[in-house]
Design a protein around this ligand. Structure first.
Ligand code: GDP
Length: 320
């Protein structure tokens, strides 16, 4: 890859997409295509095909498709599964038809079996049932991996699949209903502090463990893989911090400055008991994460504060 390589970040408005676009710009990539409003509707096969025919990207990061936390996965499994299946089908077909771009498909650690041995090795994929709360979304992600694999075998496409750990960072979904645990808790802790609440409710028992990776590190891992990995086997994109949900809730409360009590609502689901990736293959290739969890959490909270402030101003201007 050179600064002139034509790169398309499919799903540029997602958490991963924003982090990747920012990183690519910082790294001096001059030919990003389909950025912002110029990204086609990737659920539309004809629009996606026309975009690839015109722009002919040479490298594609496929981060498109809706995703969300445990709440959204339970409330909207159809929409999540359809969106991910459609965008993946369309982008892979267009990438194949118009020039065999190097493509990195971002799957999800949710696609691992619920009770696979930890840390999760790619050899465990497909060896058991998935976590039921996110099964529809995860099945779409699993299918995306298998489709990349099929394109490799049948047509020799340079399609690589990465399985990222739970990512967080700026541009995430901070809604209490839709977001993953970190943005949702940052938002709810912020609101609880603003209202002067005595308690912050944390979903589930607090016992599940997750590996969290900052979106900037995930973007760095993606670029590293796009440059250095051509293998047939999928590759885990982790190397982050392994924490219990209770640890996360305490860290969030501290960063936000919420001084009240944490209450665990055990009527809410825990989801998978554990999710940490074995990222040895990536680390063996020489990649290392750079971010400190607490500093990344702080940065994410400050992005949220600034973004809310900007949103407020934008709405105020519109109202005038
Ligand atoms: P998952 O990694 O796919 O299970 O998705 P989440 O990030 O949504 O949830 C991770 C864990 O955090 C689960 O055990 C949730 O019950 C727990 N959790 C605690 N509070 C919250 C919250 O406010 N929102 C979300 N989404 N999860 C929470």
């Amino acid at each position: 890859m050179t600064p002139h390589t034509r790169v398309f970040v499919a799903g540029g408005n997602t958490l991963y997409g924003h982090a990747l676009t920012t990183l690519l710009r910082t790294e001096g990539f001059e030919s990003l295509v389909g950025v912002g409003t110029t990204e086609p509707d990737l659920t539309d096969a004809a629009a996606t095909d026309a975009f690839f025919a015109q722009e002919r990207p040479e490298c594609v990061f496929l981060c498109a498709g809706r995703s969300g936390g445990i709440g959204l996965n339970r409330a909207a499994p159809v929409e999540l599964m359809r969106d991910n299946l459609l965008t993946t089908l369309n982008v892979l077909a267009a990438a194949h038809r118009h020039g065999m771009a190097k493509l990195l498909y971002l799957a999800s650690s949710c696609a691992y079996p619920k009770h696979a041995a930890q840390p999760l090795k790619v050899e465990s994929l497909g060896t058991g049932p998935m976590e039921p709360t996110s099964e529809a979304y995860s099945t779409a992600k699993f299918a995306g991996w298998k489709l990349c694999d099929a394109y490799r075998r049948e047509y020799g496409c340079r399609f690589v699949t990465g399985f990222p750990a739970n990512a967080f960072g700026p541009h995430d979904d901070f809604t209490p209903e839709g977001g993953h645990v970190i943005p949702a808790l940052l938002r709810r802790a912020h609101d609880a502090k603003s209202r002067g609440d005595a308690e912050l409710v944390v979903w589930g028992t607090g016992a599940p463990r997750r590996e969290f990776v900052y979106s900037r590190d995930l973007a760095r891992a993606c670029l590293f893989v796009a440059r250095n990995y051509e293998g047939e086997a999928p590759i885990n994109l982790g190397g982050g911090t392994d924490l219990s949900i209770a640890d996360v809730a305490h860290a969030v409360a501290e960063v936000v400055g919420f001084k009240g009590r944490l209450v665990f609502d055990t009527t809410k689901p825990d989801g998978a008991p554990l999710k940490a990736l074995d990222s040895a293959p990536l680390l063996d290739m020489g990649w290392r994460p750079e971010s400190d969890f607490r500093a990344a959490l702080n940065e994410t909270y400050h992005w949220f504060l600034h973004h809310r402030a900007t949103e407020g101003r934008t709405h105020a201007r519109r109202a005038v």
